[in-house]
Write a protein that binds this ligand. Structure first.
Ligand code: NAD
Length: 389
């Protein structure tokens, strides 16, 4: 019989809707932040969306500092530089503004600035998070500008460990932002590649959460509806980036994916993480590449579940119908079908494939995969994604 015992967590306050970025000054007040550090990435820092947001702070006479020395798939050096700016500026909270990279790094600055132990001591392993001084964590206001990672409603931050070439998940309940402004107008400037990549991330979160074993019917329900929103709206947001209705539904789906994946993730993420750490690929797009290969691998455990999903989505043909719909969606959105299509000039030797397989098995996402992911299985999925079979 199913074990009907589990732990459920739900996100924070989300002020959702077009134009709500205007509420930033009052949101800071509500979060108790008087002198925020505005954290974003260098690409976004040059765009009007940042200038217009900073103007809101200027107009409200909020004293703030800025930090944008962040690479995609951020690393510890970015974190250390951000903490130095946070401390030097006497800041008392963070506005994390951007895609997952800026959101995660902003969250981690607020978290780590007051800690004495290295950040790696707070990896998402067992109860390591209890090592942190919870009282020293500064409040966070999160403002997503992509619609994929859902980091704005999550209690984790992803940081690449350059020493081991691995992506590590840093976890603490207080990494959950105090307040989120989810304003779809901020996402309309995303170029198509990022729209698709982040959308595939939201889909992967919902799909893996839905397939993860464990008793979490609320997460399952959220994941189901999240997938419907992605399948119906990602093609519209891709075709017309200014379609604010599609952008809004994608922003909701992203938050839903991250809410659902408290139930667990799976082998899509386990394999995507080492690829991202080694090749600096876009996380969500890498998930999109692995999706059909992992789905096929998991088939024996999820065939009936996926048939129910297909029925909910109005897709005929059960598991096969859903698998085909995923392939069609990827084709329509120009998601690379293989890793060599994603990473130009890819040439992986056996040692590197083994390293990726071993890293995938050790990844914290692996526990949520419905079929045991052995090193051999991870290697076989990797080969499929390289060869496209
Ligand atoms: P990203 O934050 O790396 O941004 C990708 C690019 O998009 C950047 O060049 C950025 O400048 C640009 N961009 C962002 N918003 C834009 C906008 N509105 N207009 C124009 N350009 C814009 O991409 P992402 O997919 O949002 O985040 C990926 C990161 O998030 C990875 O490091 C991944 O590991 C992490 N992640 C974290 C979680 C979590 O739970 N914390 C979950 C999934 C992924």
């Amino acid at each position: 019989m199913t074990n009907l015992v589990s732990k459920w967590n739900y996100p924070t306050t989300v002020r959702f809707g077009a134009g709500r970025i205007k509420e930033l000054p009052e949101v800071l007040e509500a979060a108790g932040i008087k002198k925020p550090l505005f954290v974003t990435d260098p690409g976004l820092a040059k765009l009007p969306v940042v200038a217009s947001t900073l103007k809101l702070l200027d107009d409200a006479k909020v004293p703030y500092g800025t930090f944008s020395d962040i690479k995609p798939n951020p690393v510890e050096a970015n974190l250390k530089a951000g903490i130095a700016v946070f401390k030097a500026g006497g800041h008392d909270g963070v506005i994390a503004f951007g895609g997952g990279s800026a959101l995660d790094l902003g969250k981690l600055i607020a978290f780590q600035a007051g800690q004495t132990r290295p950040v790696w001591d707070f990896e998402d392993i067992g109860d390591w998070w209890t090592r942190a001084n919870s009282d020293a964590i500064a409040p966070i206001v999160a403002v997503p500008t992509t619609a994929g990672t859902g980091s704005e409603v999550g209690r984790a931050g992803v940081l690449t460990d350059e020493a081991t070439h691995t992506k590590k998940i840093i976890f603490h309940p207080k990494l959950l932002p105090a307040i989120v402004i989810a304003d779809p107008e901020l996402t309309t400037g995303m170029p198509p590649f990022i729209t698709v990549g982040t959308g595939m991330d939201a889909l992967a979160h919902c799909l893996e959460a839905y397939c993860a074993p464990g008793y979490h019917p609320m997460a399952d329900g959220i994941a189901l509806e999240g997938m419907r929103l992605v399948l119906e709206n990602l093609p519209k947001a891709y075709a017309d980036g200014t379609d604010i209705t599609a952008r809004a539904h994608m922003m909701a789906a992203a938050a839903m994916g991250a809410t659902a994946f408290q139930k667990g993730l799976g082998a899509i993420h386990s394999l995507s993480h080492p690829i991202g750490a080694l090749y600096d690929t876009h996380h969500g797009m890498t998930n999109g590449v692995f999706m059909p290969y992992v789905l096929a691998f998991n088939r024996p455990a999820v065939e009936e579940r996926i048939a129910r999903l297909a029925a909910y989505l109005g897709i005929a043909g059960g598991f096969d119908g859903f698998a085909k719909a995923i392939l069609n969606l990827r084709e329509q959105l120009k998601v690379p079908h293989t890793l060599p299509e994603l990473i130009k000039g890819l040439d992986m030797d056996a040692a590197r494939k083994d390293f990726i397989a071993v890293s995938a098995v050790a990844d914290p996402s692996t526990g949520g995969n419905p079929v045991e992911l052995t090193k051999e299985a991870a290697r076989a999925i990797l080969d499929s994604a390289i060869e496209g079979r």
